[in-house]
Design a protein around this ligand. Sequence first.
Ligand SMILES: *Cc1c(COP(=O)(O)O)cnc(C)c1O
Length: 398
Amino acid sequence: MVGLAADWLTSTANTNMFTYEVAPVFVLLEYVTLKKMREIIGWPEGRGDGIFSPGGAISNMYAMLLARFKMFPEVKEKGMSSVPRLAAFTSEHSHFSIKKGAAALGIGTDSVICIKVDERGRMIPSDLERRIVEAKQKDLVPFFVSATAGTTVYGAFDPLIAIADICAKYSVWMHVDGAWGGSLLMSRKHRWKLNGVERANSVTWNPHKMMSVPLQCSALLVREEGLMQNCNQMHACYLFQQDKQYDLSYDTGDKALQCGRHVDIFKLWLMWRAKGTIGFEAHIDKCLELGEYLYNKIKDREGYEMVFNGKPQHTNVCFWYLPPGLRHLEDKEEKQKRLHKVAPVIKARMMQYGTTMVSYQPQGDKVNFFRMVISNPAATLEDIDFLIEEIERLGQDL
Ligand SMILES: *Cc1c(COP(=O)(O)O)cnc(C)c1O
């Protein structure tokens, strides 16, 4: 409700974030909110920089852009021909936006090296180090590591401390893609999963996911001050006149890749005022409890198999449902082939009945499995029970 009201007010004001003079209040709210988010990350006195961007994919691309500029500032004027061949590193389970960013920035998807994950989907630091060394031997320049805090499918948190040690050893920019899991920083119970995040050079954090801020609301937080400005500014003299009567540091628009920029901050700011950090914490803890309830309910239930063992780190619960006709099939290959088709059929039936929906996907060599993700704290235990009943009702004849 509060987010909705803030969205309405934002549209009514219909202003633009590029200069202070046209959006003074929103620019200041962005300033204080980014500072607060940096404090929560653990950067001293909330120092640093940042921006609200049109989503986590764009925030990740900003991070890659900054990392490249930090190492090779001449790239801004001279382009990629002035830069040696680069290498970026991220896990096999990371979000596709890392590769998309590399493509858009002219780095190329072949330069994104995918690091192995363990059975729970967390990046294996020793493999990261091995691949960095290997890249250097091939005369590539490692410039960017993107660790994921809350992977999209498994909800896994990469081991940030070990990754930070490696980034420090090889002087590589460390980015944390916390688009999905960054919000756990608001929870005293769960924030340990991001231990080491304060050593990152940049962090993506999407309040429009776990924190239920209406779309869109995604922040990129940057540890170094001034870098974004240097990287992106063009000094357009019709917008950023140097002889204005106010403090020009409030004209934050030239840090962005965009010219006009939507006001995304007000929804988050107002919700934060209304709920408090305590309120967001309760929201997040509740969602994780619901995820745990689902996990406990199905982990030993007849006909269910978990995709990975142990309690999920986030609210992603990944599982297969095996209809009775499949449970005792001897032929493993046949069983996998049929199992692959179960989730799509059950989901299609859910949509036909209009009762519920749950996503599914394959991952690596694993056939289609359900991925239940909870981000709505208004969901109840009964809703979870209903989901299971529906899966069984719609799937038992398959
Ligand atoms: C959702 C997600 C993104 C992309 O965020 P958008 O706001 O949809 O652009 C990036 N990384 C991870 C880990 C995500 O889960």
